[in-house]
Each structure stands twice: as structure tokens, then as C-alpha cells.
Design a protein around this ligand. Structure first.
Ligand SMILES: [Zn+2]
Length: 409
């Protein structure tokens, strides 16, 4: 099974200098290969990786870098390229790959080799080839039987360095039940964060206070002289506010995804609904789409770990269709109620969508509605709307003792 662990590093000033120098060189290499990609026809990932030795002949500093990590930079470029193509194939308006400015290229990855985690006189250190041994805050242990596959070191805008370990343990992931009993469909939304078929609606996380505080610090920054000592101090304050906002959001989606993965045998969820997103302005659209894909990624990973079926469902007509009879009715986003002109079924718009998501999910794996989930009786039970705060504080949207175990990641 695969796990991810993230730890804070405690680099010395010399380490910091080296880390930053390497990070910037990797960035330049990325931009170099991006230039080659845009100016040469028919470049391929492996063809370009094979160019590295000859590039090292004239680009002196590259010999200071770890060569496997250097290859990884080229791989990253081609991964970004294929993601862009996928987005384009899905009908999204995409631009070209962008140059990375110094602040935009924050991490690099050692894969398979060139690193070690070891204990020297009570202190755990991360040895990175060509960089050195950096103390790590190991706040929780990596399982002893785990193999570390890769490590990504990243500098946050606050100036802190982190190491994210991708590890693999010999245990196979738990088997997914053949006849899943506890099944849930989740409609991930914009006004509400999530609405599920068990009648739980989780409100969106309210970060307006945090956002306001961040904006206030940003305004202060804009009044300082760029590059001055005060400016640099204020830039750190802004970065910390930013990090705090991100931590809160992550904490929320970690807990919510843990809850669904551990409470259910099967989770059906709508794949990124681009059409729904288009009704937002571009700023909130970007924010919502980023949060959404992070939530789906975490949910998939946690379901895998818990032996829960994770079933992404194509976002098509889930809001239009009637969950009781299947007849389609158009309704704009402002209409919050589903009323079926054909069978008279009435439900909350998102509850109706969640049921449609669950039934397509079950169809996808070849299971129909079971006796335990009669649509008509389960649907009108009403909805409990809970604030996102409850998820953060108790790890679960439902007020039950059993949910406590879900609070840990
Ligand atoms: Zn109907």
C-alpha cells in the first residue's frame, strides 16, 4: 500500500543556501526544456532526458545536481504537458505551459535513490545526495516495514522547508466488499460543500475572516517599499496568513474524506463538474475547482486505504434527472428544490443529485439498489445541515461517537 508522510525540515543556513541554489537550477532546467519543447518539433520525454549528458557539457553548474533528480525535472515538464492535454480533451479552455518564475518553482524530487533517512545520535536526518544531512521533525514514525520510494523537498512561501515521503508497505490494500452494504452518494457542490444520500449536508467552510485578514496584510505589503527590510518582514506575514488559510482548508477536506472513506463500503461521487463551475466568476471558479480536485484525490486515496469502493461518476444530468422516476427537467442553479412534473417527487436539489450519483455509481460496478436502500423511502427523510466547523472539530458531520476514529487522517 502507498502512503504519504510530510515532515518539516530544519535546515541550517548552509543547507538553505544549497537547497535554494538547487531549486533555482532545477527551475532553469525546467524552463530550458520548455523552450526546447516550444521550438522543436517532435521532442519526446525520453529523447529529452537523453539530451541531459550533452547539456551538462556546457552548463557547468548542472554537475552539482543529482542526476536522477535532474531527469525528474524533464519528467515533470512532460507530466504537466499531458495534464494540459487531458484538460483540453475534456473541453476546458487551456493556454500554454508557462515559464516558471523563481517563486513558482518550489520543489524537487529524489526518486528511488540519492536519499536516506537515518538516525544519528537521537536526531533523525534526511540525507540528500549533493546537498547534505538535514534534521527532520519526525512527528510520527514511518512504519518499519515501509520502503521509501521518493522524497519531494519543498519550500513554502513562509520560507519553511518540508519533505514529503512517498512510501510503500508490503501489505496489500484491504479487499473491497463484493456486496457493499453501506453505500453513499455525495454531491459536492458550491453553495453547500457536500450533500449525501444519508441526508447530511455539510456547509462550505467559511474562511471569510481569514481571507479578510490576509487581504489586510496584503494591503499593508503594497504600501511598503518593494525589497526593503520592512517589505520583506511583511511579505513573511502575508505568507504565514496564506499558509494558515491553506491549513484550515486542508484540515477540513482531510477530515471529511476520512469520514466517508471509513464510514462506508462504497462512495460514489461526481467527477469534477466543469459545467457547474462555469456559473461562477473565474476567481471563485479556480478556487472551487482546486479544492474539488484535492477533495476527490484524498477521497480516492483514503478509500483505497480503507478498502472502500471509490466510484467517480460522470457529471451528466445528475441535477436534471428525477431520482425517483428518471424524467429530466431543466433547472437553473438558483432553483434549490427538485420537483418532478412527471411523478410529483419533491426533494432538495442536491439530495436528488446525490441519489442520482449513487445510482449511476452502483450501475458502474453492476450493483442495483439493494433492499436496504429504497429510493422512495430514503429520499424524503429530510436533511440535516451542518456547519463545516463541526467536521473540523469532531472529524465528522454526524453527531455520533463512532465518528471520532475518522478524525485522524
Ligand atoms: Zn419523477
Amino acid at each position: 500500500m502507498n502512503y504519504n508522510y510530510r515532515y518539516r525540515l530544519d535546515p541550517s543556513d548552509t543547507h538553505r543556501e544549497t537547497l535554494d541554489r538547487h531549486r533555482d537550477l532545477y527551475r532553469q532546467v525546467y524552463n530550458h526544456f520548455l523552450y526546447r519543447l516550444n521550438h522543436n518539433d517532435g521532442t519526446t520525454k525520453y529523447g529529452e532526458i537523453n539530451q541531459l549528458p550533452s547539456i551538462k557539457q556546457w552548463w557547468d553548474n548542472l554537475t552539482d545536481l543529482y542526476s536522477r533528480t535532474l531527469q525528474n525535472v524533464v519528467e515533470r515538464l512532460y507530466t504537466n504537458l499531458s495534464r494540459l492535454k487531458d484538460a483540453k480533451d475534456n473541453g476546458r479552455a487551456v493556454g500554454l505551459l508557462k515559464w516558471k518564475a523563481p517563486t513558482e518553482y518550489r520543489s524537487f524530487t529524489y526518486r528511488q535513490s540519492g536519499f536516506d533517512l537515518k538516525n544519528t545520535s537521537g536526531q533523525t536526518v534526511l540525507r540528500l545526495s549533493k546537498i547534505g544531512e538535514i534534521p527532520v521533525h519526525l512527528h510520527r514514525e514511518i512504519p518499519e516495514n515501509a520502503t521509501i520510494k521518493q522524497v519531494t523537498v519543498k519550500k513554502e512561501p513562509t520560507g519553511e522547508w518540508f519533505a514529503a515521503f512517498g512510501v510503500e508497505t508490503p501489505e496489500a490494500p484491504p479487499e473491497k466488499p463484493e456486496n457493499p452494504e453501506k453505500c453513499v452518494g455525495i454531491d459536492v457542490g458550491i453553495l453547500k460543500y457536500a450533500h449525501d444520500t444519508d441526508g447530511t449536508a455539510v456547509k462550505s467552510l467559511d474562511l471569510s475572516d481569514e481571507r479578510e485578514r490576509l487581504e489586510r496584510e496584503q494591503r499593508k505589503l503594497s504600501r511598503k517599499q518593494h525589497g526593503s527590510n520592512n517589505w520583506e518582514k511583511q511579505r513573511k506575514v502575508v505568507a504565514e496568513r496564506h499558509a494558515m488559510l491553506k491549513r484550515k482548508r486542508r484540515d477540513f477536506i482531510h477530515k471529511l474524506s476520512s469520514y466517508y472513506a471509513s464510514e462506508y463500503d462504497l462512495v460514489a461521487v461526481e467527477d469534477l463538474n466543469v459545467a457547474g463551475m462555469m456559473q461562477l466568476d473565474s476567481n471563485s471558479r479556480n478556487r472551487a475547482s482546486a479544492a474539488w480536485s484535492t477533495f476527490l484525490r484524498l477521497l480516492e486515496y483514503k478509500c483505497e486505504r480503507e478498502g472502500t469502493h471509490y466510484i467517480p461518476v460522470e457529471p451528466k444530468d445528475t441535477t436534471k434527472e428525477c431520482a425517483a422516476c428518471g424524467v429530466k427537467t431543466n433547472k437553473p442553479l438558483s432553483v434549490r428544490e427538485h420537483f418532478c412534473p412527471s411523478c410529483g417527487f419533491t426533494a432538495d436539489r442536491d439530495a436528488n443529485a446525490a441519489w442520482n450519483i449513487l445510482s449511476s455509481g452502483l450501475e458502474n460496478i453492476g450493483v442495483g439498489y439493494s433492499e436496504s436502500m429504497p429510493v422512495e423511502t430514503a429520499l424524503p427523510t429530510g436533511t440535516t445541515s451542518v456547519p463545516a466547523k463541526r467536521v473540523i472539530e469532531t472529524g465528522s458531520p454526524v453527531l455520533k461517537e463512532r465518528a471520532v476514529s475518522a478524525a485522524s487522517e
